[in-house]
Write a protein that binds this ligand. Structure first.
Ligand SMILES: CC(C)(COP(=O)(O)OP(=O)(O)OC[C@H]1O[C@@H](n2cnc3c(N)ncnc32)[C@H](O)[C@@H]1OP(=O)(O)O)[C@@H](O)C(=O)NCCC(=O)NCCS
Length: 394
């Protein structure tokens, strides 16, 4: 096996593969910028709907444009009957991420503009998907529990409507606002694994739904979006603050990972983790249940201390670390945490897929086609002699 060198065998870490106008990350200072705006300002002043418009259009909307965009999203909140029927016949044990991915591909067949490859048509398709993601996640959660999906509310915000469709109860304004903040924070993060997967598929001229399906597949893994569910499983497994130190110590000393800690790009605290920690604190205050936030803070402290001892360096929480306790306190099931990430990230994916399709940040569209060095068996330039199966030695 060859040594890792240059751009090879390093998971493309630090390798620039494209230009993008959508977001920027300062991994040293811990800043995240969407289309020029710092996420700290966006969570203070904006909404998920406005941030989605910003990501898709490269500018903030006027009041009229935002109202129109909101109305478009509201009008697309329902699901085609065929998608609901599909959910009713599959095994109830199917993982919500798998169901979401399959449902997105099924939805393609219902889009009247599926093969219309103009920017305008792709924006409309993107709005449909942004709008339907919450309905898909909520519908599956209810169907697998033997309940009927709820019709969407026309009055609630995107965030509020999701919590309503999931639980059947309108959330209180603070919880709806906190969830809206979670959606803003997860909406975009440059060339992460799922966005890259979506762009790579879009570069083949596959349609938006196929590209989003690929992005969802990449998001499902525990080293990416799947980490938030894994954090919750860890919290449940540890259970008590007193058990944190020995658990973390054993985990790290055996070479295991503490999920939700560390990041491929940030070398300081992920700014999203900072905001999510404070949401976790305020939810704990409102619900009167401090268990999850205290446990999470204790794991953060223990991991930092142990990591310093073992590796002689710092480690910080990423976006998934505090989102677990936040979603738990909002009453969301653990295996829905990653689909909820998708409910938000669909905006960033759509913006990237459109940027890729229309070469908005590069001279012309290019098919991704990287290369690899062959290090397998090789019998010489002529290739290996093919031995028919009946003549091969057992
Ligand atoms: C996200 C992640 C894959 C980034 O990995 P990376 O780019 O290799 O990060 P680094 O280069 O900083 O890792 C350096 C070392 O720290 C270790 N490390 C990083 N995160 C760790 C974690 N959460 N727990 C234990 N060890 C960790 C790595 O294994 C590596 O060890 P090594 O030098 O002995 O090989 C990694 O931090 C991770 O697996 N975190 C947990 C999963 C997670 O939360 N994913 C969501 C990301 S948003």
């Amino acid at each position: 096996m060859e040594e890792a060198s240059g751009t090879k065998n390093i998971g493309l870490r630090g390798v620039k593969v494209a230009d993008s106008r959508i977001s920027d990350i300062d991994g040293e200072k811990g800043n995240l910028i969407y289309r020029g705006f710092n996420i700290c300002d966006l969570v203070t002043h904006s909404t998920f709907e406005e941030v989605s418009f910003l990501l898709l259009n490269d500018r903030l909307p006027t009041r009229v444009e935002l109202e129109k965009f909101r109305a478009d999203l509201v009008s697309e909140r329902g699901l085609p009957g065929g998608v609901v029927e599909f959910m009713k016949i599959i095994p109830g044990s199917s993982h919500p991420m798998d169901v979401l991915q399959a449902a997105v591909i099924i939805l393609a067949g219902y889009d009247p503009q599926l093969h219309e490859e103009t920017r305008e048509a792709n924006l409309k398709k993107a709005a449909r998907l942004i709008s339907k993601f919450p309905a898909l996640v909520a519908a599956w959660d209810r169907i697998r529990k033997g309940q009927d999906p709820l019709p969407p509310s026309r009055d609630l915000s995107h965030a509020g409507n999701f919590l309503y469709m999931l639980t059947g109860q309108s959330p209180d304004p603070e919880t709806a606002k906190d969830f809206d903040t979670c959606l803003i924070l997860h909406a975009e993060h440059s060339f992460n694994a799922s966005t890259f997967a979506g762009r790579e598929v879009a570069s083949t001229h596959a349609h938006l739904y196929a590209s989003v399906g690929a992005a969802l597949a990449a998001l499902s893994g525990e080293l990416h979006g799947g980490a938030n569910s894994e954090v919750m499983k860890m919290l449940l497994e540890i259970g008590e603050v007193e058990r944190v130190k020995p658990w973390v110590s054993e985990r790290l000393r055996k070479g295991g990972k503490v999920m939700g800690m560390g990041h491929a790009v940030y070398h300081t605290e992920d700014p999203r983790a900072t905001i999510l920690r404070s949401i976790s604190e305020s939810l704990a205050g409102r619900t009167g249940d401090r268990r999850w936030v205290e446990l999470t803070k204790a794991i953060e402290a223990a991991t930092k201390e142990e990591f310093r001892k073992i590796k002689g360096r710092e480690i910080y929480p990423n976006v998934d670390f505090y989102s677990a306790s936040v979603y738990r306190m909002m009453g969301i099931s653990t295996d829905l945490f990653t689909p909820v990430f998708g409910v938000s990230r669909i905006s960033g994916w759509a913006a990237h897929i459109i940027e890729e399709k229309f070469a908005e940040a590069q001279p012309k569209p290019e098919l991704y086609r990287p290369d690899a060095d062959y290090v397998g068996n090789y019998c010489g330039l002529q290739g290996c002699v093919y031995v028919p199966i009946e003549k091969r030695l057992e």
